[in-house]
Design a protein around this ligand. Structure first.
Ligand SMILES: Cc1cc2nc3c(=O)[nH]c(=O)nc-3n(C[C@H](O)[C@H](O)[C@H](O)COP(=O)(O)O)c2cc1C
Length: 389
């Protein structure tokens, strides 16, 4: 079945408290991906809000160098947007106070969507909104601390733990009442991980349930046309793009064009992709201040950039082990630079997928929506060694 696809996204700028985001498009926080280098690359194509990788409240409060690196921004990032993950209202409050007092960000997003077992098994991430008192305490404290410096706070969540334990509607109302500037919903439960299809109906339901706060839709936007469809089907105020831009920073150019009613889309051939990925590598080396680290980081992007392009397995394998910029330039030079954009093979789903998984939770977590004392103690470990959602 084919349906008429709107290419025009007639949405006003996104208002987040005192901030105006001209193009209502958000680069989803992605651990290990949305660092300064990748955000710069994306920004060069189009407008929007570009969020850091997540950082734990605890690591920030402890001033761990890696956490300060994560929330660092380029001088020309107009809206310095960061994402904090925390399971304890006091720590989240301290982290936000530090960010505010030291003027380290203009916007703060709170992560309540992480489905990884080592997070949910201690009650964090997407398991957390199940505990209504804890959720309310964290969001309330965050908004209070941030408001002293007039910093808007947003929340990002999933639908719930699983189909029998849906949390997004009541959590959204709590967040709205606490004074958040917007609510982003990834239309999957924790149990779904990244499998199946994001449920855009739930996003539409949320849009209707909280008419007085901006709602951002997230999940399975792979093209500007998908973004337009989501806006049309759900009525959201903006879209959040994660995996769709992995290896395709130019997607933000397509989105900007669509928002301006233009049909132009970036369709890079191998030569252009080679130039872009090399630049990505250079930016990573600059960001991490070390060639070895930067080149280690670029490796995971190779398969994403060349997905659907006819690049031989051996060359791909060599690129996936590249360790210097010079070596990378040489390998890229071995590609057939005349190959055009391959079309459909490059489009559609990319990145993490997989199958539904059992959600690991603390014992008895789902028995009550109020946090018990033993559960509170268990949370202490929920922020240890965590990255990604
Ligand atoms: C590699 C990777 C890392 C992620 N890290 C985070 C994170 O740090 N914080 C967060 O809230 N979500 C994280 N996510 C979830 C994304 O922000 C987004 O909600 C999810 O990928 C669904 O959007 P998409 O279908 O556009 O990819 C991550 C996803 C991926 C694939």
């Amino acid at each position: 079945m084919t349906t008429a696809i709107p290419t025009r996204l007639s949405l006003p700028p996104l208002q987040l408290g005192r901030l105006t985001v001209d193009v209502p498009v958000v680069l989803a926080p992605m651990a290990g991906v949305t660092n300064r280098a990748f955000r710069r690359l994306c920004r060069e194509y189009g407008g929007g809000l570009y969020v850091t990788e997540m950082v734990t409240a605890r690591a920030l409060v402890e001033r761990r160098p890696e956490s300060l690196r994560i929330i660092d921004h380029d001088d020309d990032e107009k809206i310095r947007s960061i994402q904090i993950y925390g399971v304890d209202a006091v720590n989240v409050g301290k982290a936000i106070r530090m960010v505010a007092e030291e003027d380290r960000a203009d916007h703060i997003d709170l992560n309540f969507g992480c489905p990884v077992p080592k997070v949910t098994k201690n009650g964090g991430g997407s398991a957390l909104p199940w505990k209504t008192d804890l959720f309310e305490a964290i969001v309330g404290t965050a908004v209070r601390e941030a408001s002293r410096a007039d910093i808007p706070v947003t929340v990002k969540m999933r639908k719930g733990v699983d189909d029998d334990h849906i949390t997004f509607l009541d959590a959204a109302k709590t967040a709205r009442d606490a004074g958040v500037a917007a609510i982003a919903l990834h239309g999957r439960t924790a149990a779904q991980h990244y499998s199946g299809q994001a449920d855009w109906d739930s996003i539409a339901e949320l849009r209707e349930a909280v008419p007085d706060v901006p709602v951002l839709g997230n999940g399975d936007i792979w093209s500007a046309e998908d973004a337009a469809r989501m806006v049309e089907q759900t009525g959201v105020d903006g879209v959040v793009i994660g995996r769709g831009c992995q290896g395709r920073p130019w997607l933000f150019g397509d989105l900007q064009a669509a928002f301006e009613g233009r049909d132009e889309r970036f369709r890079p051939g191998v030569a252009e992709v080679s130039t872009i990925i090399y630049r990505h590598a250079e930016l990573l080396v600059e960001t991490f201040g070390e060639e070895r680290r930067g080149m280690r980081e670029i490796r995971k992007h190779i398969a994403w950039y060349f997905k659907g392009y006819p690049v031989g397995g051996e060359l791909r394998a060599q690129m996936a082990q590249v360790s210097t910029l010079a070596e990378f330039r040489d390998l890229l030079g071995q590609l057939d630079q005349s190959l055009p954009y391959p079309g459909a093979d490059v489009e559609g789903p990319r990145g993490r997928a997989g199958s539904p998984k059992k959600v690991h939770l603390p014992d008895g977590w789902l028995d009550s929506r109020i946090l018990g004392d033993a559960e509170r103690l268990g949370l202490a470990d929920a922020e240890l060694d965590v990255s990604g959602g």
